[in-house]
Write a protein that binds this ligand. Sequence first.
Ligand code: HEM
Length: 342
Amino acid sequence: MTIGVVIAGIAGLFAYAAGWLTPNALTPARIVNTLEEVNGRHPGFRRNHAKGVCVSGYFNSNGRGTELSKASVFQPGRMPVIARFSLSGGQPEAADAPDTVRGLAILFTLPDGEEWRTAMINLPVAPFRTAEGFTDLVLASAPDPATGKPDPARMQGFFARYPESAKAMELIGSQPLSSGFENSRFNSLSAFRFINAAGSVAWVRWSVAPVQPEPVATTRLDGTNKNWLFDALIASIHSQPLAWHLIVTVAQAGDPTDDATIPWPADRRQIDVGTLTIDRVESEDTSPARDINFDPLVLPNGIAASDDPLLSARSAVYSQSFTRREGEPKNPSAVSTAETAR
Ligand code: HEM
């Protein structure tokens, strides 16, 4: 082979990686561009889940998870966590609304120094199965400039193209909304694999289920406070530590592991593996959580990805969003340091 052929081959690989040979392919950069086009560019902020507040606390593992996974997070004991509550959407100044998707991202620091990062939301299933579905939903639900609301015809077209999303939305719409971040259940939605000390594999999904049935504190919804959901969360944490049980749901043969739009049957085994306690809250302006990429594929030994296509897509897109925002000047968070102060 001549050197010229080798160079042409390498150049071709670069062109392939950059997406030049597949102008219509959905790359991580194109997905982030779409988020920026729909939401506007907000330098320094996450391109999705832009509005958030940072918290910290600890996870008390009760040891029951060791049956399924050798990850040291499941050994009995206590370890620190850094986390971030957020609302979906790419606008950091958006007003809080009850039906905006709520997020909770957690970084566990394990006793052996490994990390486990997970980003969960309060929906019971994902409203899209793939990155294509995500991107088309972002485009279809963008507000129509004439009405300020999504165009019903575009949404109908989206559901016709993605029947799995239409089905998922039926289930999502049938479930009551919790009143705050404090009493929300947050779900991994995607499946993962747990590997135990004997090498046995279990397919699981996980959730954190709230201990407090209601927000401890509430803030008035009088139309003037656009941060009412976040402010209630902050006041609740100031009045008492908040807690969630970490619940692992175990699949049975035949349960879908590659499709987060489909719920697993309600009778699947659930194991409470420990309690997450959140006792500190901080604005993004000062917390190290601002500069964390809650990549769902940062997993400790003993937890591995499933065949769900959302996982690798999210990992690649979060990295693209993180790289852009880390290179930009930082602007004050919508939830200010004055608000998080006691
Ligand atoms: C292919 C589908 C998806 C895409 C393209 C996507 C995109 C993004 C992007 C760009 C960010 C900002 C990342 C950063 O700059 O750090 C983000 C954050 C987030 N996403 Fe997704 N997402 C997807 C699906 C999901 C799903 C299924 C869940 C929940 C199960 C989820 C939960 C979250 C949460 C909680 C955050 C905020 C994390 C934080 O506080 O840093 N996303 N997403």
